[in-house]
Design a protein around this ligand. Sequence first.
Ligand code: ADP
Length: 294
Amino acid sequence: MIAVLGSANLDLVVTVERAPGRGETVTGRTFATLPGGKGANQALAAARAGGDVAFLGAVGDDDFGRRIRELLADAGVDVSGLAVSDQPTGTAHITVDGTGDNSIVVVPGANGTVTALTDAHRATIDRAELLLLQLELPLDLVVEAARYAHAREIPVVLTPAPAVPLPEELLEAVDILVPNEHEAALLAGIDDPIAAAEQLTRLCDDVVVTLGARGAAWLSGGETIPVPAFPVQAVDTTAAGDTFVGVMAAGLAGGLQLGGALHRASAAAALSVQRPGASSSMPDRAEIDAFLAE
Ligand code: ADP
């Protein structure tokens, strides 16, 4: 089982020809409300890809929260560890421009109330083959969870997003770090993403730096292994990274080595960027298999 301890948000998504500059107003094209949050996205991507997933986090006692719970449960995710908080469900305010690039403001809400591991969290992590973490819950909790799992030899996968400087004690408890190029640069203090990832392998065994349409690079034991992207026409890259990580985790839990899991992750992310939205764009296992068989 894959345990995901992370955020659940409702994404409020606007599409525009060109994102507004400071002080500027532009007319949007479309507006939609879509379930998201990096934690929920990764849980959903892993479950759609065939993983057995338990989600740990919190939503508000509101329609947004009920919608997210239902979506996860319908995908087969165990939501018994999804608490109901007195704060509203977290929201992410996303602008997608005409080229498919996005900019995002996150308001944590209920996610901010998950401040310490509970006995129920520990019991789920104890049973997990893999723990997925991101940085949309309070940092102290992420550190506590990583260290708890690491001490029990449960592999920890961290998506260091949104990017903030991280304590070494967190990175030392992470087995697979999956930054995008901006996050890798910020964490290592080096602009070049490959050099930055190389630096980060001093603290984490495996570092997979994602490079958007250029694919990803897996750094391990002094080697740099390219993970090619699939050439596709991107319309919305929201949650490409979360799809990538969720599908990678499903592959690992299903018995693949990391290289094989990354190949599937790249295929799944390529499928997801061809469709709008976060959760709505994630492929299922059959679709990934069919794409890889083409
Ligand atoms: P994030 O969404 O976290 O910023 P990236 O943009 O690096 O992450 O994308 C994650 C992965 O998604 C990439 O490593 C790649 O496999 C895939 N991907 C992203 N953009 C494209 C694209 N335009 N075409 C094909 N694959 C893509």
